[in-house]
Design a binder for this molecule. Structure first.
Ligand SMILES: Nc1ncnc2c1ncn2[C@@H]1O[C@H](COP(=O)(O)OP(=O)(O)OP(=O)(O)O)[C@@H](O)[C@H]1O
Length: 408
């Protein structure tokens, strides 16, 4: 039987490529950090904090920069005796109303054993309890709400909390909210009053380009990887792939970590571009499988229709043609097809998930239309569909057609 044996020829500190690692230094965000520091300056000056709203795609450093700056801020305000700074951080992912967020905040502020139950109170009672707790703590309190968009339409807390002091509900505490989101539409959907308060200072974090990701990776690789276990080529490719796809540092780091695992499992001496290519395929595959979980059966069929068109080398193809293909697949599977409008919505979802791409074509007087194509490798989409659809003969036909057209 094989036994475990320590392998550390590739990784020096693998955790440094993981999600929980806090980088010592933040690369490529000098401008955003400057703006962010300006927004937080009133804290150091002893005034009421600004409310700050940070937005940008996933993996572009919103959380990393926030954690880094709050650490610096805490250290720096230590020099001033008259500032008593507290930071309350909450990820709102599973909390979808002001009520739930307020309950979580109250419970975070209360000693263990003194928590309140998550149901059964009128909202204003929970808010009142929150103000009491905040006032008891006193000083300057920054409430960091990550993934704040989860709060949805019930966003009353976002305008009531920042106004609590001026409305006489807080006496001792000066509260500021730092909201973080990767949903670009969230801000526009907010109640106008909440929008005015929360977005007092807005900071946009744009996606990273390849040279920026290269620098971030280089700095992380020196901590995470063993000396001589990687070359610029491998880092370059991780940076280029992530920049082309999403501009996310998380994606670039994931690629590097996975490529390192492949190299390690195969007892190779260092990470090469080939390992990165394998890692890319694996990550893409995971993304499709993950995305597929969110789809209904008809979403799977909509994707199958595009996959079938791709097998015939007929993508990008128009909605009309995707729909005809979808109807014919439904007939083969003996299911009732949905109307074209619904399939259009499914294709939009697939596009949002990064599984399909859509190209806009201009036709002049007759308006514009979209052409759809796969945005993931054909083989990844096929594997994911094979897992969720029991349609062996249809899938086999598509596979044969693809082989005939030289698509693998
Ligand atoms: N400028 C940077 N310098 C160093 N590391 C970075 C930088 N930007 C991002 N990272 C790293 O990339 C990963 C993702 O960053 P982070 O979690 O901050 O992204 P985010 O914008 O908050 O994403 P999400 O919206 O998905 O929460 C983390 O491991 C983080 O340490």
């Amino acid at each position: 039987m094989r036994r475990f044996e320590r392998k550390q020829n590739i990784f020096h500190n693998k955790d440094a490529l993981g999600e929980s690692y806090r980088p010592e230094r933040i690369q490529e965000r000098d401008e955003e950090i400057d703006e962010y520091m300006d927004a937080l300056q009133p804290v150091v000056d002893g005034w009421e904090p600004n409310n700050v709203f940070l937005y940008g795609n996933t993996g572009v450093g919103k959380t990393a920069v926030t954690e880094y700056l709050l650490k610096v801020l805490r250290e720096d305000v230590d020099r001033y005796d008259d500032i008593d700074l507290h930071v309350l951080s909450l990820n709102c992912k599973t909390l979808n109303s002001s009520y739930q967020v307020a309950i979580e905040l109250v419970n975070e502020l209360r000693p263990s054993g003194g928590e309140i139950s998550s149901t059964g109170y009128p909202q204003q009672t929970v808010f009142k309890k929150l103000y009491q707790e905040l006032d008891e703590l006193g000083g300057t309190i920054l409430v960091v709400l990550d993934e704040i968009d989860s709060i949805g339409e019930r966003d009353e807390l976002l305008y009531e909390l920042p106004r609590a002091r001026s409305n006489g509900k807080l006496e001792h505490a000066k509260v500021g909210i730092v909201g973080i989101s990767n949903d670009f539409k969230f801000r526009d959907r907010l109640d106008p009053r909440a929008q005015d308060t929360l977005c007092e200072r807005e900071l946009h974090f744009p996606p990273y380009d390849a040279p920026e990701l290269q620098n971030i990776l280089e700095s992380r690789a020196t901590v995470a990887l063993a000396e001589g276990a990687y070359d610029d080529g491998a880092l370059n490719l991780c940076a280029a792939l992530a920049a082309r796809d999403s501009g996310s540092a998380r994606q670039a780091l994931d690629l590097l970590r996975l490529a390192g695992e492949y190299a390690e499992n195969r007892d190779d001496e260092g990470i090469t571009r080939d390992h990165v290519e394998i890692a890319r395929e694996k990550l893409e595959q995971e993304r499709v499988v993950e995305g597929m979980r969110e789809l209904t059966v008809n979403g799977h069929y909509a994707l199958l229709a595009v996959v079938s068109k791709a097998a015939q080398r007929e993508t990008p193809c128009r909605m009309r043609d995707v729909y005809d293909e979808y109807v014919s697949l439904c007939e083969k599977a003996d299911i009732e097809p949905l109307a074209q409008r619904s399939i259009h919505n499914h294709l939009s979802d697939l596009r949002m998930l990064g599984i399909l791409s859509a190209e806009e074509n201009r036709t002049g007087s007759r308006g514009n239309y979209y052409s759809y194509a796969l945005d993931v490798p054909f083989s990844s989409a096929m594997t994911a569909l094979t897992d969720v659809l029991s349609l062996e003969s249809v899938l086999e036909d598509i596979r044969t057609t693809a082989q005939r057209h030289g698509i693998v």
